[in-house]
Ligand binder design. Structure first.
Ligand code: SF4
Ligand code: SF4
Length: 402
């Protein structure tokens, strides 16, 4: 036997996949019903049968460097038909979670995000940080203004205002009176930038690895990665992602498509609102809160409601399928975070409109903790699925794997 055929199982990897929700992986007896049932798998070398044997043999590199594990949309059709109850859809989901941890840097943070025992730290750190910022905002505004002028001089032409709140008398409550807008932005802009940089570096390694793997397995005839052609492929797959075409090919979990789309569109809406707010504040020196008849406010409110309803439907969907589908901690972490993000945002706004200042500030505090978790742990949580799957679908389009 040559070394080429020597299987060297990674037992730690098998244990990791089982812990992440793939505990059924050893039940598979390779009948291939799942690969036939999968509505998404390509004809050439279809998944998930081959991934099931790779997982049960502990072939870590082969799985984590595979683009195919990301083409699966966890519809559950294969798990429904598996005669052995091996739940291949859940095993692939666990393998994807292991891949996120593997590609993430720093790895300790990735492990913490997937460990329920670390949740008090993940919530406690931003809770302490924002309590500290609230204390300074309310007690040391003058000192902070002096520090700003001492460090930056009058670069804003006398327009520096510590709390950046609405014009006096126009609104009774402005969150910026509780947490300075400057502090909030000085927290989130670097945090978001760091997440994006980590993501870009991770994605570069990911794309190189899945390409090398595809060449080795003969799934592509492209010898090197052409990033210009990849961008063209990305443009082609974006409509598929936006319309959730792949979800609609499923049968078992078809009802996941609508809430998923609501959450996706609400994030796009909220991101647009935040960008407009940020630009008008810093370029045109126009602070919020905006009037309720402002179209930006409409977009914010509609997106907020869609986020709460979409996240609630996703949670209900999971609860309804507890007997058939494994829902692990990482799933609940993300669902809880998205729901908390929408709910605290809406409650902050409702309390503000009802002139309940203390309650509005409290919900805004919780909202900031949720945003911190979303931004800081974006490359490590299940939210990263969206980015890796988009990259894998782009690569599949690029390499003609359909
Ligand atoms: S996971 Fe189930 S359906 Fe797929 S090959 Fe194994 S036993 Fe067959
Ligand atoms: S969960 Fe759905 S998409 Fe994923 S392998 Fe099974 S049938 Fe295919």
């Amino acid at each position: 036997m040559t070394e080429k055929y020597l299987v060297q199982p990674d037992l730690d990897f098998i244990a990791q996949v089982r812990n992440l929700g793939g505990e059924t992986l050893k039940k598979c007896y390779q009948c291939a019903t799942c690969s036939v049932a999968c509505p998404i798998a390509p004809e050439n070398s279809p998944f998930p049968r081959k991934e099931m044997i790779a997982a049960s043999w502990g072939l870590k590199d082969r799985l984590l460097n595979s683009g195919d594990i990301w083409l699966c949309h966890q519809c559950g059709d294969c798990s429904d038909l598996c005669p052995r109850g091996a739940a291949p859809g859940d095993v692939l989901s666990a393998v994807r979670s292991a891949a996120i941890i593997e590609y993430a840097r720093p790895k300790a943070l990735a492990k913490a995000v997937n460990d329920p025992k670390k949740l008090p730290f993940l919530l406690g750190i931003p809770a302490i940080w924002f309590a500290f910022l609230a204390f300074i905002t309310m007690n040391a505004g003058d000192t902070m203004t002096k520090i700003f002028y001492a460090v930056f001089g009058d670069i804003l032409g006398g327009r520096f205002h510590w709390s950046a709140h609405a014009q006096e008398g126009e609104h009774a409550i402005a969150q910026a009176d509780f947490f300075s807008t400057w502090f909030v932005d000085l927290t989130f802009v670097p945090l978001f930038t760091a997440s994006i940089i980590i993501f870009v570096l991770n994605l570069k390694r990911f794309l190189n690895n899945i390409h090398e793997n595809a060449v080795l397995e003969g799934k592509t005839d492209k010898t090197s990665l052409d990033f210009k052609a990849m961008i063209q492929a990305l443009i082609k797959v974006i409509p598929t992602i936006i319309k959730h075409d792949k979800f609609n090919e499923c049968e078992t979990n078809k009802d996941r498509a609508t809430p998923h789309m609501m959450v996706l569109f609400s994030f796009i809406g909220l991101f647009t609102v935040t960008a407009i707010f940020f630009l008008t504040l810093y370029l045109f020196q126009t602070p919020g809160p905006y009037s309720q008849i402002n179209p930006v406010k409409w977009l914010a409110n509609i997106s907020g409601v869609a986020l709460v309803i979409g996240a609630a439907l996703m949670i209900k969907n999971r609860l309804d399928k507890l007997d058939d589908q494994i829902t692990s901690y990482k799933d609940w972490f993300l669902l809880g975070l998205v729901f908390a993000l929408g709910l605290t945002g809406m409650l902050t706004e409702m309390a503000r409109l009802a002139h309940l200042a203390g309650i509005s500030y409290f919900f805004y505090y919780l909202h900031l903790i949720a945003i911190f978790n979303l931004f800081a742990f974006l490359p490590f949580s299940r939210m990263a699925h969206f980015v890796y799957r988009t990259a894998a679908m782009t690569y599949a389009e690029y390499s003609n794997r359909k």
